[in-house]
Design a protein around this ligand. Structure first.
Ligand code: CU1
Length: 146
């Protein structure tokens, strides 16, 4: 009986390990993320966003953030974010289309953010992108939830 419980716990541990709950990205001075597709588990209690800017340019010239939203909302969120400006991290206040976002950082900096996994639904077309003016058109990737 004890062995059975051990096996069950071991199985659970392996399952838990396979479920990714971190959106871990690096960004550079070339206006690029190091990944174009990330998958997180639908069962994540909390999803963490980690962003490392590995470039050298200052935040005013090559600032980057990570915004999580429906792929169809990338452009409108970015347009409103541009109007909101740098002080707002290029995300409009109370933008309901934004599932989560980090602050905007410059070269050499890192930032994190987290949000409840319940905000994501499996099989929905999400993206991660940078809302810094002019970046959203190319600085983005697919976020898959399953
Ligand atoms: Cu950017």
């Amino acid at each position: 009986m004890k062995n059975l419980i051990c096996l069950a716990l071991l199985g659970f541990a392996f399952t838990a390990q396979a479920e990714n709950c971190v959106i871990d990205l690096k960004a550079d001075d070339q206006m690029k993320f190091d990944q174009t597709e990330i998958t997180v588990a639908a069962s994540c209690k909390t999803v963490q966003i980690k962003l490392a800017h590995i470039g050298k340019l200052p935040v005013t010239a090559m600032g980057h953030n990570v915004v999580i939203a429906l792929t169809t909302d990338i452009q409108p969120i970015s347009m409103d974010g541009q109007k909101a400006g740098a002080a707002a991290n290029y995300v409009a206040a109370d933008d309901k289309r934004v599932i989560a976002h980090t602050s905007v950082i410059g070269g050499g900096a890192t930032t994190t953010a987290s949000f409840p996994g319940s905000a994501l639904k499996a099989g929905t077309d999400y993206s991660f992108f940078c809302s810094f003016p002019g970046h959203w058109a190319i600085m983005k990737g697919k976020l898959t939830v399953k």
